[in-house]
Design a protein around this ligand. Structure first.
Ligand code: FES
Ligand code: FES
Length: 141
């Protein structure tokens, strides 16, 4: 959608110099891939994490977002946020944290929701490929 509100400088910074853009080999067993879309606008985000099996921490992260500036900024910021986190820590990230950091206006909150959905989806894909890594309290989810 078109908004006349100007983007906050943190959004512009991530939009102009997005961090960690790219792809990983989807078939690698230590890579989790999340691919999500925003029903509101049709924008799409792909997020991939590489996980160190020894400590369940995210050792690398890449994204590709086909979407608005806020969605690109949200995914870029998210990649900086989750690097080094355990899967459990990363799964607790809320879109409101991202929206707050980037000062997104309410009309753009679904763009940060896309980033929350993407990391959850990537983690879930990793657990599907590595069932032994799944915390027991999440079994069956
Ligand atoms: Fe307008 Fe995503 S729908 S930029
Ligand atoms: Fe749809 Fe930003 S306008 S993701």
């Amino acid at each position: 959608s078109v908004t006349r509100r100007s983007y906050h400088e943190k959004v512009l910074d991530h939009y102009n110099r997005p961090r960690n853009v790219g792809s990983m080999q989807k078939s690698d067993v230590d890579v989790g891939t999340g691919l999500v879309g925003a029903p509101a606008c049709g924008d799409v985000m792909k997020l991939q994490i590489r996980v160190d099996p020894n400590d369940n921490r995210i050792s690398d992260v890449k994204f590709k977002t086909f979407g608005c500036g806020s969605a690109i900024a949200s995914s870029s910021y998210l990649t900086e946020l989750v690097r080094g986190m355990t899967l459990e820590e990363a799964s607790r990230i809320k879109n409101t944290e991202i929206a707050k950091e980037l000062c997104l206006p309410p009309v753009k909150h679904h763009c940060s929701m896309l980033a929350e959905d993407a990391i959850k989806s990537a983690i879930s894909n990793y657990y599907t490929k590595n069932p032994h890594a799944r915390p027991t309290n999440l079994a069956g989810t």
